[in-house]
Write a protein that binds this ligand. Structure first.
Ligand code: FAD
Ligand code: 2HG
Ligand code: ZN
Length: 484
């Protein structure tokens, strides 16, 4: 049984003393209590506005540990936060005004790059793009990539086990991580940083913390895998007659490109129409012509000419096969970026269109077309006019099967009245297809109730035991992932 966090009210003197203790640890400027704190208190999707007791920004692992100890002594819970780009309301405080937001933004150094070992040791607050760029400058690829990379952090990526657009070749963040440094709920520092690719010395603790969404401890640093930079990366953009054709194209791409296939993203026409509407300066090829488009990426360790031959041969076969109706291949890096930018703009275009319902689901690739056919029909029957924003990482069987309110409807009212029954419908379908209700975004607050309904009771019970063992006082991001 998890205990609810003790919400002992602080009298004004205790409150003042507590803030002084935090200031003594991290410096006065790094304890924020006044002014506009919405960057830390409001989630990216604007789903929940929280209220923090304070936003605390330690500058080192030792300071993180001291803050955790101070919070434990004062019976205050903590919400670890990186870039606050999470999609499930997991990184912002609740509305009680009694939680400390522990921002890792200043714990952000790249500690060491080990070229021979192909690893980089980096602190949790390092922004993903800064890490990618540092690795690229040193001749390596750090492959994790997603549209939020300009603000999300390594700690947040690990906390959520983020996926992104390169998973088809390199795996989720978990697959990239060889070791962690963690501040435990008791404020101890566990140095599990390791560049070892083989280490069978009992339970592999790193995997407990990865994907735990800040509920078990604070990740302060990690040793991550690097890869040699490919000689050439080539991007194609194709229009397709159906989702079945996209699955066929994926099969062809695996056969033609093998491990050279590093990205395979599908986009439904309505999702693309939102990009055209909200970002009209972007050129979207094959505008509105066909129901689906795909962005596909090949990374090649031979040469650009070799890459082009491989990609063109794939597309010729696909055109002959009928699974592709039309295609373009980027001629240079800026064209490739522009094609990727279309895909990456979809979540932003959705946000511009208004509040929306997200279903970050995974299903065996082979079953996705049937799932979408059936579920689209059921949704239109139950919620006439609901607009399906369907896109995602088809190469990983991960769809963002999102829903926008009917044209002209009040989005807030639509979500208030229809989100629950809509989720119930979609997740029942996900169960029927043996899928997952969270492929890459995690559980946070938004899916906490659903997790209990859709995960096996045995698994939930094991998860609760782990939480109880590592954080018996329930101070680490309480009420996220697991229900009290
Ligand atoms: P935050 O949002 O700050 O935190 C996320 C969770 O991790 C919270 O529960 C928090 O408590 C915990 N956490 C943060 N730091 C730590 C730490 N140091 N130790 C322990 N726990 C911690 N996600 C994908 O998986 N794939 C995508 O393709 C993708 N694309 C996105 C595109 C856009 C435009 C946006 C806005 C988001 C996208 N996301 C995607 C979601 C999000 O960017 C990722 O989940 C990312 O990993 C979150 O990183 P962050 O630093 O912003 O974490
Ligand atoms: C993406 O793949 C992100 O673009 C965001 O995971 C998905 O907004 C979404 O639903
Ligand atoms: Zn995604």
């Amino acid at each position: 049984m998890l205990q609810a966090e003790t919400l002992r009210p602080m009298n004004p003197t205790e409150h003042k003393i507590f803030l002084k203790i935090l200031q003594a640890i991290v410096g006065t400027n790094n304890v924020l209590t006044e002014g506009d704190l919405s960057a830390w208190e409001l989630d990216w999707r604007k789903r929940e506005q929280g209220k923090a007791l304070a936003v605390v920004r330690p500058g080192s692992t030792e300071e993180v540990a001291a803050v955790v100890r101070a919070c434990a002594a004062a019976q205050i819970s903590l919400v670890p936060q990186g870039g606050n780009t999470g999609m499930v309301v997991g990184s912002t405080p609740d509305a009680s005004g009694r939680q400390v937001v522990l921002s890792l933004s200043r714990v952000n150094r790249i500690r060491q790059m080990d070229a021979a070992n192909l690893t980089v040791t980096v602190e949790a607050g390092c922004v993903l793009q800064a890490l990618q760029e540092a690795c690229e400058a040193a001749g390596f690829l750090y492959p994790l990539s997603m549209a939020s990379e300009g603000s999300c952090t390594v700690g947040g990526n690990l906390g959520t086990n983020a996926g992104g657009t390169q998973v088809v070749r390199y795996g989720n963040t978990r697959e990239l991580c060889l070791g962690l440094e963690v501040v435990t709920a008791q404020g101890e520092i566990w140095n599990g940083l390791s560049g070892l690719r083989k280490d069978n010395t009992g339970y592999d603790l790193r995997h407990l913390f990865i994907g735990s969404e800040g509920t078990l401890g604070v990740i302060t640093a990690a040793t991550m895998k690097l890869f040699p930079s490919p000689k050439s990366m080539m991007t194609a953009y194709a229009s397709l007659p159906s989702l079945d054709a996209a699955v066929d194209l994926l099969g062809l791409a695996h056969r033609h490109l093998s491990s050279g296939l590093t990205g395979f993203e599908v986009m439904g026409e309505f999702a693309l129409s939102l990009v055209r509407k909200h970002f009209p300066q972007q050129h979207v090829p094959f505008s509105g012509k066909d129901p689906f488009c795909v962005v596909l990426e090949l990374s090649d360790h031979d040469s650009e000419a070799h890459a082009r031959t491989l990609l063109e041969s794939l597309l010729e076969d696909a055109l002959q096969d009928g699974c592709v109706l039309d295609a373009v291949v980027a001629e240079n890096i800026s064209q490739a970026r522009a094609l990727w930018h279309i895909r990456e703009s979809i979540p932003l275009a959705q946000a511009q269109e208004g509040l929306n319902i997200k279903h970050d689901i995974s299903i065996a690739v082979s079953r996705i077309p049937d799932f979408v056919r059936e579920t689209d029909a059921a949704i239109q029957a139950a919620f006439p006019g609901a607009r399906m924003v369907n896109y995602g990482h088809l190469g990983d069987g991960n769809l963002h099967y999102n829903v926008q309110a009917p044209e002209g409807a009040d989005a807030e009212a639509f979500l208030r009245d229809q989100e629950k029954p809509m989720n119930a419908l979609v997740y029942a379908q996900v169960d029927a297809y043996s899928g997952s209700i969270s492929a890459e975004h995690g559980i946070g607050s938004l899916k906490r109730e659903k997790l209990a309904e859709h995960k096996s009771p045995v698994a939930i019970s094991l998860m609760r035991s782990i939480k109880q063992a590592l954080d018996p006082d329930n101070r680490m991001n309480p009420n996220r992932v697991l229900k009290i």
